[in-house]
Ligand binder design. Structure first.
Ligand code: SF4
Length: 343
């Protein structure tokens, strides 16, 4: 069996993102597998290779979220073009174009599914240029789930277009404001970085954050929107930490974390219901998220040799505790390597 040639790990300082810290809180061992895979290489070369594969795999449910973001972004870029160019496009032509986008995402999902289904993940053939579903790695037959997944992605777009949110977005485009629409197919990691070097305790830390949609109404007035394809959490805080980080990023870009004279309105929009959660941010929200990142980073550092965020080398894997919640393990992509790695 021929293994692909692996590149040496490029040095990365410790980073914080909402996704990363959520993973650490979910299961420390999973966090280790995902962010410190390289540490397995010398002692457990076979597990290291398998973990590299598992890291790239996503479940069908995760793909629904990813594709929903792609489809919505494709549509919003089209809507922006129609609006900014003042294209005289008939309703029928619009319908046709939207249907083309939906057909395109369907073909994409079908092709990728077929490719994943025919990939020998255990032989590692075709891994690095491939697309993979964790269900296929674990030998599950999910063929009947594919049409349902495609429908969910397309329905998310249909609900968005039918909602009042669509008209509001069209107004942002036509009003002449500066509007940002994320390109999730080609994420710009450099642009995602938030410069927190001047904040106490965060000097060597990289913070990553990028909202799906933003509007600059004026030099002091901003709107941030983030699409959510998962289930709505009605118990969650009205303004999530993720939204607070986006607002922090905007303030840092302006040169100060002081919100005086600045108005930032931020919402998470749930595509399954088109309900949104959010509001106008206050100084306390910004102060809270800074404290939260500092606390999280201190926790992350405790898993590093010498607590050194620059070297970013993990302590022994046994220190990263496994969750005791069996439900979390059921859907965990890393369950195979987790069972094989003793301790
Ligand atoms: S299988 Fe369970 S314990 Fe192991 S990494 Fe996944 S969630 Fe954590």
């Amino acid at each position: 069996m021929a293994y692909p040639t692996y590149q040496p790990r490029t040095k990365k300082t410790l980073s914080w993102s909402n996704t990363r810290i959520t993973l650490l809180q979910r299961c420390e061992r999973k966090y280790y597998f995902n962010y410190y895979t390289f540490a397995l290489k010398d002692q457990y070369p076979e597990l290291w290779k398998e973990t590299l594969i598992l890291k790239k795999l996503k479940s069908l449910e995760m793909r629904i979220g990813e594709k929903s973001h792609y489809l919505l972004s494709d549509y919003l870029h089209l809507l922006k073009k129609w609006t900014l160019n003042a294209e005289s496009i008939t309703d029928e032509e619009r319908e046709t174009k939207i249907q083309e986008l939906k057909n395109q995402i369907k073909s994409e999902m079908e092709e990728e599914f077929a490719k994943s289904q025919s990939t020998d993940f255990h032989g590692l053939e075709g891994y690095f240029d491939g697309f993979g579903l964790s269900e296929h790695f674990y030998g599950e037959n999910v063929e009947d789930q594919l049409p349902i997944a495609i429908q969910k992605v397309q329905d998310n777009l249909d609900r968005f277009i039918a909602s009042p949110r669509n008209g509001k977005i069209e107004n942002y485009f036509s009003s002449g404001h500066l509007v940002y629409v994320e390109h999730p197919r080609n994420s710009n990691f450099e642009a995602m970085k938030v410069d927190v070097s001047k904040i106490e305790g965060l000097k060597d830390i990289t913070v990553m954050a990028a909202p799906d949609f933003g509007v600059t109404i004026s030099n002091t007035d901003y709107i941030i929107l983030d699409w959510k394809s998962g289930k709505e959490d009605i118990t969650a805080d009205e303004i999530s930490n993720q939204l607070k980080v986006y607002a922090l990023k905007m303030l840092i870009k302006k040169g100060s974390t002081n919100m005086e004279w600045i108005r930032i309105e931020a919402h998470e929009v749930y595509l399954q219901s088109m309900n949104s959660h959010g509001g106008i941010l206050k100084q306390q929200d910004i102060d809270d998220i800074i404290t939260r990142i500092q606390t999280d980073v201190a926790a992350q550092k405790s898993f590093l040799i010498d607590e050194d965020p620059y070297k970013n080398e993990p302590v022994d894997y046994v220190i990263f505790r496994k969750t005791t919640n069996a439900k979390k393990c059921e859907t965990c992509t890393f369950k195979d390597v987790c069972q094989k790695l003793e301790g």
